[in-house]
Design a protein around this ligand. Sequence first.
Ligand SMILES: Nc1ncnc2c1ncn2[C@@H]1O[C@H](COP(=O)(O)OP(=O)(O)OP(=O)(O)O)[C@@H](O)[C@H]1O
Length: 409
Amino acid sequence: MEKIVVENLYKVFGNQPGKAMEMLKKGGDKESILEKTGMTVGVDNASFSIEAGEIFVIMGLSGSGKSTIVRMLNRLIEPTAGKVLVDGKNVVEMDEKELVKFRLHNMSMVFQSFALMPHLSVIDNAAFGLELAGIEKEKRYARAKDALDQVGLAGWEESYPSQLSGGMQQRVGLARGLAVDPDILLMDEAFSALDPLIRTEMQDELLKLQEEQKRTIVFISHDLDEALRIGDRIAIMESGRVIQVGAPEEILQNPADDYVRAFFRGVDPTNVISSGDILRDTHPTIIVTKTGSLRTAHELLSGSDRDHGYVLDPRRRFLGIVSSETLQECMENGASDSPLEQAFIKNGKAVNINDSMQDILPLVASNSWPVPVVDDDNVYKGVVSKNRFLKTLHRAEESLDEQVETATA
Ligand SMILES: Nc1ncnc2c1ncn2[C@@H]1O[C@H](COP(=O)(O)OP(=O)(O)OP(=O)(O)O)[C@@H](O)[C@H]1O
C-alpha cells in the first residue's frame, strides 16, 4: 500500500522561481539556470512513491537535493510546484492548522545534529514534541519514558544531554521522534555524526524497532553501506533529480547510468543479492500426502526430465530432497511402499529466502542439485541452480566492468 506519493515535485530557491520553472520545463539544467537567473534548483520534477512500512533511503552526493526533498514532505520547505500525498491527502494544500496537527501526529523528524535542548533533561527532551502537541504532563512523561525504554535509555531520564555520549544523544533524538508515535519517521542523516561502531549499533536498533512497529521511514544517507543495510528501497538523486528508485539488488543489477554505477563501486554483489532474488520455481516438487510413498515419488520424478525432486507437505513446507537415483535403488530393493523419508538425501538442506548469495555459495557449489529456498515459515519458494547463480554473478560483474571502462575512458 502506498503511504506517500510524490508527484512532479519542484523546489527552486530564489525570488523568481517562475522564470527558473519555465526553463526547467524546457529542459534547462541546474547549472545553466543558476548561471542565467541566479536561482538554485533544489529539486527538479521528482516523482516516486513510498510503501507503508518500508525504509526508503534517499541517497546522492552533497547538494543533490536530499534534504530539500525530505523537508518538502512535511513542508519545512515549501514546494514550488507539485504534490505530496500522504494517505491520499495532499500536504501541499493543507492550511496552517492542518499542517501543525499533521506534523505533530503523523510525521516526525530526527536530525543529524540531534537538536537536543541542553537545559532540558533527557525525559523533557524526549517529551518535547508531545508538549507542543498539548498532551498533558502525566501522559507525555509516560509516553516519553516508553520511547526512552525502546531505544535502550531506561534509567537516564533525569540526566542532561551533556552527560551523554554522542550515540546516547542520538538515541534521545530518536526517542523524541518515536514518542509522538508517528506513522512516518523522517530521518535526515540521523546517524552520520556517530562513530562507525555506534552507527552500526543504531542501525540495528532501528531495524529492531522497525520489525516490531513497522513505521514508514524516509532516511537520508550519503553512505552506501548504510543504505544497503537498512533500506528496503533506495532512491538515488543527482542535481535535484531522482535518477533511479529500486531495491538495492535491482539497482545493483540494472544501474540506470554511470552516476548510479559509481555509487555502487566496490559493492560485492554477493552480499546484496539474496537467494529470494534469483530463485526459480521450475523444479519438480513432490507433495506428500498421507499416502506419499517411494513409488509415487519415483513415478513423479521419472516422468520429468530432472534428477532431483523436492518433497513438501500439503502446506508446501519443505521436508527434504530425493534423487531419481536413490529412488530407483530403493525401488530395486523392494522398498517401494516405504515412507518417502527413507530416500531423503542426507545433506539436502534448504536455504532461507533472505540469505545472501555469499551465504548460499558453499551449498550451491558443493551439491549437484539446485538448492531449495524456503521462507521464514519453511514454505518452499523455489530453487537456485549453479547456472542461475553464475549468470547473476556474471551480469553484476559485467555492470561493474562497464563502470571501470567508463572510468578509464
Ligand atoms: N535555503 C536555500 N537557499 C538556496 N539554496 C539552497 C537552500 N537550501 C538548499 N539549497 C540548494 O539546493 C540544492 C540541494 O540542497 P540540499 O541541501 O537539499 O542537498 P543535499 O543532497 O541534502 O546535500 P547535503 O548532503 O550536503 O546535505 C543545493 O544546490 C543547495 O545549495
